[in-house]
Design a protein around this ligand. Structure first.
Ligand code: NAD
Length: 403
């Protein structure tokens, strides 16, 4: 069989630990035998980030901006313990943070659904994608404890010297105080990323905040979304037969739980943090969550939502076989290849990505799965396998489908 060709390079960002091992196996077993992989390779493994003074992360992010699509392996964000473990020169920043800052994107997370793993919420039939605004609010907040009685004020001094001042509270006792901010430009990028992603996946977009209580802060989010929708997206949404609607977050929660899924739920930073964990747990497993960073100008970065699965890696290093679930990492590849194919008008590549996803789902439906899923599956006799056995079972299904 002739291998599928790729016209434009896909930006490939390699990573760390167990996911780096899976990365290699996925390429060897599921991609290279079928596709003439045309990738521009960046090694974001921690040793190379350290050796290049983290320049490689910046280069990879810029390559993503140049070509439009990348696929990223999970990477270590160093902490004190990693400093010693890897003998690092510096405690390098999170690569995801660096890439997000360059692309100015929004992260969309969606679960991979299986018939044999029932969501905890019985009505959910289709995936719910959480779009989290990954900038500002409490994550960039300034806060302190108030030691005792006194007046707390909110003061803004404009570049021209004009002042806005308002009393927050006259403290009669000790307490706490917090200042948070966001920027119109970032909220607008968030809105455009959400509208673009809804169009590209043909799903309705819901957006919720607490604008009834937060009449300036949250209301600004609501207004910016509404304005951009009216001016730039309304016609495209109508043509695509999809809907944008805004609702109060309390109402959104109630509707989400009663829904059958199949939409994107855009959330402010903190809401998205909490709701994405709730949604992924209710759908089954972190190992089955996919993640894509979408920039407002149409760049895409695909990855698994989970980390480098350190515990399994240490066992792997001791020569033990591990049953790490490669599904989200495989789907990062298929997502990226399909998007590359779509942008290049390369139908064979899109078809291949879809076929590989179908082969993965068939393998799981037959009960062949990694151990993390065995405890969750119902109505199928499970056959626990290690990672490589699982990948080879997928390959057999893939070859049968392609033959
Ligand atoms: P993790 O996602 O690696 O693991 C969390 C838990 O889920 C563990 O119990 C793990 O065994 C389980 N798990 C996760 N993915 C699995 C899979 N595919 N198959 C089976 N079980 C799976 O997160 P962590 O332990 O908090 O972090 C480990 C490392 O990963 C850290 O160095 C962290 O910096 C990094 N990290 C990277 C990313 C990223 O690159 N996007 C995200 C999160 C964590």
């Amino acid at each position: 069989m002739e291998k599928i060709k790729m016209t434009t390079p896909l930006v490939e960002m390699d990573g760390d630990e167990m996911t780096r091992v899976l990365w290699q196996w996925i390429k060897e077993e599921l991609l290279c035998p079928f596709v003439e992989l045309n990738t521009e390779y960046y090694d974001l493994g921690l040793p190379n980030r350290d050796a290049t003074g983290d320049q490689v992360t910046m280069d990879a992010a810029l390559a993503n901006k140049k070509y439009g699509v990348s696929v990223k392996c999970a990477t270590i964000t160093p902490n004190a313990q990693r400093m010693t473990e890897y003998d690092l020169h510096e405690m390098w920043k999170s690569p995801n943070g660096t890439i997000r800052a360059v692309l100015d994107g929004t992260v969309f997370r969606a679960p991979i659904l299986l018939d044999c793993i029932k969501p905890v919420v019985k009505t959910w039939k289709k995936p719910i994608t959480i779009a989290r605004h990954a900038y500002g609010d409490v994550y960039k907040g300034t806060e302190f404890r108030i030691p005792g009685p006194g007046k707390a004020e909110l003061v803004f001094t404009g570049a021209d010297g004009t002042e806005l001042r308002q009393t927050i509270y006259d403290f009669e006792c000790a307490g706490v105080l917090q200042g948070t901010y966001n920027k119109d430009s970032s909220i607008a990028s968030f809105a455009r990323s959400c509208f673009n992603y809804a169009l590209s996946t043909k799903q309705d977009l819901w957006f919720s905040t607490k604008d009834t209580i937060s009449k300036k802060y949250d209301h600004t989010f609501k207004d910016i979304f509404a304005e951009i929708y009216e001016k730039e997206y309304k016609e495209q949404f109508e043509a695509a037969g999809i809907e944008y609607f805004y609702t109060l977050i309390d109402d959104a929660v109630a509707r989400v739980v009663r829904s059958e899924g199949g939409f994107i739920w855009a959330c402010k930073n903190y809401d998205g943090d909490v709701m994405s964990d709730m949604v992924s747990t209710a759908f089954g497993s972190l190992a089955m969550m996919t993640s894509v960073l979408v920039s407002p100008d149409g760049n895409y970065e695909y990855e698994a939502a989970h980390g480098t699965v350190t515990r399994h890696y240490y066992r792997y290093l001791k020569g033990e076989s591990t049953s790490t679930n490669p599904m989200a990492t495989i789907f990062a590849w298929t997502g990226a290849l399909a998007k590359r194919g779509e942008l290049d008008g390369n139908e064979a590549l899109v078809k291949f990505a879809q076929t590989l996803e179908a082969a993965c789902l068939d393998t799981l439906a037959s009960g062949v799965m990694t151990k993390d899923l065995c405890g969750l599956a119902e109505g199928v006799e499970t056959k626990p396998v290690d990672s490589l056995e699982f990948i080879r079972a997928i390959r057999a299904n893939l070859e049968a489908k392609l033959a």
